[in-house]
Every structure is written in C-alpha cells, then in structure tokens.
Design a protein around this ligand. Structure first.
Ligand code: NAD
Length: 293
C-alpha cells in the first residue's frame, strides 16, 4: 500500500505543452512565423532516433516547425560544424538540438559549444551553463527544469528547504543544483564518492536521484514526508525502473515520481517551452534597432 502521493508527470507535462501551444499561437498571430526547432542526429543509434522522432512529433503538436537533420555516422567534425553554423544563421530556426551522444570520432562537447546560446534549447553550451551558474537569464537544461516544474506543480516549498541531489552530471545533477539554489534551497550534492549516501539523502525535504543505477535508493534514504523525484531511467528485464526503489520509498515519502510517467514527460515539454522562449527572444531582439539586425 502506498502512502505517498504519486506525482503525475504526464498531466503536468500536458499542461505545459498546452501553455506552449497557446504561446505559439499568440506568437504566430503577432509575427506570422512559428518557432522552428532544428534537430541534428548523427548516425543511426536506434534509441537516439526514437528520442528525435518523439521531439519532432511533440513539436508539431504545439505548432513548432520541425526540421529533422540526419547526418551519416561517418560525417566529419567540420561537416557537423558547418551545419550548426548554417542553423545559427537561419532566422527560421529558433532552437537547435544536437542529439547526444555523437559517434566516438566526433567531439560532442566541442560541437555543442558551437550552438548560438540564443538557440541553445538544451541549455548545454558553456555559455548557457555559465549564465545559469551566475544566475543570469538564459535557456535552462530541460530535465532539471522539468524537476522544478513538477515540484512547483505540487506546491513543494523550496525556500530554505533541505534539497539533496544525487548525481553531478552536466546534463542533470549540476544544473539542477543551480536551479534549486536560485529558489533558495539549501543544496547538498552527492555523487559516486559520497560516503554514507542513504544517511545524507535522509536529511532531504526534497530528494532528487539522477544516477542511472536501478533502485539505488531505498526506504533508508527517504526522510518521512519527503518529496522524492526520480530522474533515473534504467532498463531491466522486468521493464523500466528508476534510481529509487519505488515500492519501499513510497511507504515513507510524502510525494514521489513514478518511472515511467514522472520526470520523463517533462523533458520534452520543457524543450518545447525553451523553443518558444528562444523564438520570443529572437523576435524581441529583431524589433530593437541595432540588435539582431
Ligand atoms: P551520468 O552517468 O552522466 O551521471 C551519473 C551521476 O551519478 C554521476 O555524477 C555520478 O557521480 C553519480 N553516481 C554514479 N554512481 C553513484 C552512486 N553509486 N552513488 C551516488 N552517485 C553516483 O548520468 P545522467 O546523464 O545524469 O543521467 C542519470 C540518469 O537519469 C540516467 O538513468 C538517465 O537515463 C536518466 N535521465 C533521464 C532523463 C529524463 O528525461 N527522465 C533525462 C536525462 C537523464
């Protein structure tokens, strides 16, 4: 029997997508042009191809114009760089997403860094990461933004709260630390060398797991009544599981995300929202003489 409230990520994501669709309609009414999202996929990794297809489909559903660029697995660094450069220059492209990982002969970090920060809808360029770290405006990474959106949707107070983030990746854990700090949480970051992980986690009012280790965190890592957000997606023979032992943790948590159906749907919803934000900013800049002209 579960005592925790289960966070419905699909419902929150549907609400965000609805807001984006309304924002896109308003922008089209004002400017005549929809936001454009260019995705770039190098090679034929089946999982990446599914992610790209999902992102393109979700874009179309909210009125964002998708451009699906596919490059051969043996493409050169220069060729990918050239495509990114042309997308940076193209006014019909509001957002650029380079699907990672890229094949081993390419330098994904260097390619990501070429994306215009104004079009960096994944929020992963060094400039976007720096803006976040310094608390300046910019496009924020999608999965961590989705975590904050879920906490807000369920009225979890972050001001002064003890937040523990497990995982320090550039994609999830690290940007989430800054988003939580921005909201005045007291943040502890755990990682592979953290000692006494369950005891540190058990201090948390808000516990976020972003590790990629099936059911790493059990009931002993959960403070009674805590909000538990499980970013992990691990494929086991019995299906998808998170980094939190859901059955055990939900006996103690106040709120908990399921896997699937928790954070996952939020990532694409936040990507769409970032694309709208980028399109609005580009439009506003184009209207100011001397900027964007
Ligand atoms: P990553 O491999 O880049 O980083 C994992 C982090 O976990 C590292 O910082 C590492 O220090 C830490 N870690 C590893 N073992 C640990 C341990 N035993 N104890 C404590 N910390 C440990 O992974 P990532 O890209 O941040 O992704 C994390 C998980 O989130 C994965 O399962 C991934 O599939 C999932 N993910 C989900 C979404 C989504 O949309 N829901 C998006 C991105 C990632």
């Amino acid at each position: 029997m579960s005592v925790a409230t289960i966070i419905d990520g699909k419902a929150v994501a549907a609400r965000v997508r609805g807001e984006v669709a309304a924002g896109v309609s308003a922008l089209v009414a004002e400017t005549g042009a929809p936001p454009g999202l260019a995705t770039v996929l190098v090679g034929e990794d089946p999982a990446s191809a599914i992610y790209i297809a999902n992102k393109q489909k979700a874009s179309a559903e909210v009125g964002i114009e998708g451009r699906d660029h596919r490059l051969a697995a043996d493409v050169s660094q220069d060729e990918v760089a050239e495509l990114l450069g042309s997308l940076n220059e193209d006014p019909a492209v509001s957002g650029i997403l380079l699907q990672l990982p890229v094949p081993a002969h390419l330098d994904g970090d260097a390619l990501t860094a070429l994306i215009d920060p104004g079009k960096d809808v994944d929020g992963l360029t060094p400039l976007s990461a720096g803006a976040l770290a310094q608390g300046r405006p910019g496009l924020r990474p999608c999965t961590p933004s989705g975590v904050i959106e879920l906490l807000d949707a369920y009225d979890v107070s972050l001001e002064g709260a003890e937040a523990v983030v497990v995982g320090r990746s550039l994609l999830v854990g690290r940007p989430l630390v800054f988003l939580l700090l921005e909201r005045n949480a007291t943040v502890t970051v755990c990682h592979s060398r953290t000692r006494e992980l369950p005891a540190v986690c058990a201090r948390a009012d808000v516990l976020v797991a972003a590790v990629g280790s099936p059911r790493l965190l059990g009931a002993d890592a959960v403070r009674p009544g805590a909000a538990v957000i499980d970013v992990g997606i691990n494929r086991l023979e019995d299906g998808l599981v998170g980094d939190v032992d859901f059955e055990a943790a939900s006996q103690r948590a106040g709120l908990i995300t399921p896997v699937p159906g928790g954070v996952g749907p939020m990532t694409i919803a936040c990507l769409l929202r970032n694309t709208l934000q980028a399109a609005r900013a580009a439009h506003a800049a184009a209207r100011v003489p001397g900027i964007g002209s």
